[in-house]
Ligand binder design. Sequence first.
Ligand SMILES: Cc1cc2nc3c(=O)[nH]c(=O)nc-3n(C[C@H](O)[C@H](O)[C@H](O)COP(=O)(O)OP(=O)(O)OC[C@H]3O[C@@H](n4cnc5c(N)ncnc54)[C@H](O)[C@@H]3O)c2cc1C
Ligand SMILES: *[C@@H]1O[C@H](CO)[C@@H](O)[C@H](O)[C@H]1NC(C)=O
Ligand SMILES: *[C@@H]1O[C@H](CO)[C@@H](O)[C@H](O)[C@H]1NC(C)=O
Ligand SMILES: *[C@@H]1O[C@H](CO)[C@@H](O)[C@H](O)[C@H]1NC(C)=O
Length: 441
Amino acid sequence: MTLPSVIIVGAGFGGLGAAIECANRGMNVRVYEKYPDSNSHGDILDIFPNAGRIIKRWNDGKVGQEIHDTGCSKIRSMDIYKYDGKFLASTSWAENDEFHDITYAGHRGKLHSIILAYAKTLVPEIHIGLGVQKYLENDTQAGVVLSNGETVWADCVIAADGARSIAREQVLGINDSDDNETSWAVFRTFLSTDEAARKKLAAHGLLSTNDDLVRFWMSDTLYLMAFSWNKGKDIAWTLTHPDDKASSEGWTRSSIADREHLAQWMKDFTTEDAQVLLDITPQGRTINFKLVYRPTIEKWTSKGGRTILIGDAAHANLPTAGQGASQALEDAATVAYCLAKGDGDVRLALEATQRIRYHRSNAVHKSGGINRDVVKKTPWDEIEADPKGFVERRWAKMRPWDPLAFAEEHFPKVAEDIAKGVQGHPDVVSVPPPPGGYWYS
Ligand SMILES: Cc1cc2nc3c(=O)[nH]c(=O)nc-3n(C[C@H](O)[C@H](O)[C@H](O)COP(=O)(O)OP(=O)(O)OC[C@H]3O[C@@H](n4cnc5c(N)ncnc54)[C@H](O)[C@@H]3O)c2cc1C
Ligand SMILES: *[C@@H]1O[C@H](CO)[C@@H](O)[C@H](O)[C@H]1NC(C)=O
Ligand SMILES: *[C@@H]1O[C@H](CO)[C@@H](O)[C@H](O)[C@H]1NC(C)=O
Ligand SMILES: *[C@@H]1O[C@H](CO)[C@@H](O)[C@H](O)[C@H]1NC(C)=O
């Protein structure tokens, strides 16, 4: 079996996942990440069972266990409320114990640093603070020009450079700049609380000494979501609101939200819980994050076939899908599997990756459709008549999914098609959704 050498651009969840999966399959991997400290950014990040089962396989479950030990892993259900605090319904966060074990959540920086530490034990060449300026490719190799001017080559390049990817333009020729206006933004806060704050949280049931909590409040057009874990020592909350142009796109350069501005939108929520969240949040701790959106694309690979985009670079999901990190990890596991199975045929492997991932990724992308969640006015009549039914439809459950098993099942046929020269629109040549689709309807 011939294993290709791999360059990975970006050490987010997609890039690190690909590095780990490729290294675990014996490939020679180098990773380049431009930000020296992107670790510390972010707030709450969720990884659902479809991707959690990938993490569970790392280092005999030790990586997953470490995430569970520090993260927000004891959520049993999400409780949904009206803006005035009236309880509407609960929905299970993970439907059984098996799923619970492979559902991860926690502070993004913490999760990221655990995964980075594991990746470093497998991949000696993870260069943090060394970015990529330019993507290159010829008939036999793909490469990148680094920010220090050096050029490096390998058999293939995996561009996992996030929603603000330069690979989209350089490798695929896509110019996004006019397409990403959603007109929504999110106030995002992560806090480590002090004793006084925890008292207030406890008084409002926003702290549990047993389980971790996630709550969701709906107003006529906005929604507020809060997570509480580590016995209330860690709190994250988000408030989605129309973009009044004070926000900016990107985690490392987002604008700090002004407290007055924040309070003005928070007014929609008359429940005391909202006031408590605001009270315990000091000025300067909330960012105003423009909702990142990129349209889906038809081709994830370069013309020459030795470069592929994965993760947010290929399909930036809205946070309403809750699947950003999970989809990046599905890509990562799939591309590593195909590269190993491709037996040195990198072009076939990367094309197979896209064909295996395309329909599923697009379906998830669509599920984050902002319309369903925030643009429409909350249908109070429907909710009051049947809160449980509404909640079940609104938070539809994804069917069990193992991306690796899916790749194993479909790779042989897909590879045969590619080898035979079967070409066509990706809608047609890609692996179709399974019977019944990806969600329980
Ligand atoms: C700093 C940060 C904080 C985030 N916080 C949250 C959060 O709190 N909650 C949440 O749900 N999602 C968060 N996200 C988004 C989430 O991580 C992604 O949606 C998801 O994990 C998909 O991962 P990805 O690897 O495709 O992209 P990303 O996680 O965005 O990773 C892309 C990586 O590529 C690097 N990169 C970009 N351009 C270059 C270049 N030219 N050369 C080298 N490296 C490059 C970036 O610095 C980044 O580390 C955050 C992303 C970032 C970058
Ligand atoms: C592609 O570039 C690499 C690195 O410079 C080089 O070794 C290789 O010969 C090139 N291949 C072709 C076909 O030009
Ligand atoms: C992308 O679009 C923007 C604005 O529409 C334009 O200024 C820019 O030059 C374009 N870039 C390319 C490579 O076409
Ligand atoms: C769209 O995304 C690009 C980066 O790809 C960014 O530079 C630009 O500011 C964004 N535009 C809007 C209107 O959000």
